[in-house]
Ligand binder design. Structure first.
Ligand SMILES: C[S@@+](CC[C@H](N)C(=O)[O-])C[C@H]1O[C@@H](n2cnc3c(N)ncnc32)[C@H](O)[C@@H]1O
Length: 289
């Protein structure tokens, strides 16, 4: 299948307009592979035919499917492992003290893909039941991709997926075999909820998140959009909360809203007061202005 320059520009433009993700020239080779099964399912012969349908607006739902197919959903349980050790060793003990009166923690996995990150967080708590007895742990996973969120909610993973990042003991303890693979057991699923949310839009309620993970999501956003997303994430966090990014990602030079935690390398803290939690645009949206 040949991808013409104009087709690839239109597809890249659609993806960027909907999600902020830029399909840089050296990543455009992905188009062909990414869209091949959608074209087969819809019996569309070429990318140019697909573009014609999109441009004529005959099938608005198709544009959403195209965007979903172009998103990079790569993820696995306890991805990169060390960040989860960092949370266990530094952020969670500090929050256990700071929130001892309310015994409630809110955690947001922003750009959670098919849910492995959120379930990994749930396992951190579920594996230390004595410490967290009596606590309400609210873990929200969100993603712009409806398909990814649907899969996350189901909590069903193939043999290959469930083994990526989990040892056999964890796999057997937290997943049960089902017709379609391995399903997260009910107590784990109960700790996690998922919703479709675009990071270019106002953050989810209720906000006041104690920890936000936004890993491997902002890499391909332009600087302006990335700064806006940092702003919005900052507005959704508790003043003493933590932000965690992916390996190789940083806030340095990207936003003034966060700074690196001096003790916990790889975690970021809000700078200054977080008294008005919303961006100007979100404030106007809320007041109808
Ligand atoms: C590479 S995956 C990373 C998943 C997980 N955070 C991890 O590190 O394993 C990136 C995810 O970000 C999502 N994403 C991309 N742009 C987004 C946006 N504007 N709003 C919300 N999610 C977005 C994609 O759909 C994808 O599932």
């Amino acid at each position: 299948m040949q991808v013409s320059d104009s087709s690839s520009r239109i597809l890249a433009g659609l993806l960027e307009a909907r999600t902020g993700q830029q399909l840089t020239l050296n990543r455009r080779w992905r188009l062909e592979t990414a869209l091949s099964s959608l074209l087969r399912e819809r019996e569309i012969a070429t990318l140019d035919e697909l573009i014609t349908i999109l441009v004529m607006g005959r099938e608005p739902a198709l544009a959403t499917l195209v965007v979903e197919a172009l998103l990079n959903n790569e993820t696995y349980f306890f991805r990169d492992r060390q960040p989860f050790d960092l949370l266990s060793a530094q952020a969670l003990p500090a929050l256990a003290k700071a929130r001892a009166d309310k015994k409630r923690l809110r955690i947001w996995s922003a750009g959670c893909s098919t849910g492995q990150e959120a379930y990994s967080l749930a396992m951190l708590f579920a594996e230390d039941p004595v410490k967290w007895a009596g606590w309400t742990i609210d873990i929200l996973g969100s993603d712009v991709s409806e398909g990814a969120v649907r899969r996350a909610r189901d909590g069903i993973y193939s043999q290959f997926e469930v083994q990526r990042g989990l040892g056999i003991t964890q796999m057997i303890r937290w997943f049960e075999e089902c017709d379609d693979g391995w399903r997260a057991i009910e107590p784990l699923r109960r700790m996690v909820r998922f919703q479709v949310q675009n990071l270019l839009e106002p953050p989810p309620h209720p906000g006041e998140f104690d920890i936000v993970l936004c890993r491997n999501v902002l890499l391909y956003l332009n600087n302006e959009r990335r700064a806006q997303v940092f702003d919005r994430i900052g507005g959704a966090m508790a003043p003493d909360g933590w932000l965690m990014l992916g390996a190789g990602e940083t806030v340095i030079g990207q936003t003034r809203r966060f700074e690196a935690d001096t003790e916990a390398r790889g975690l970021y803290r809000l700078v200054g007061e977080n008294d008005d939690r919303r961006t100007g645009a979100d404030r106007r949206a809320a007041t109808g202005g």
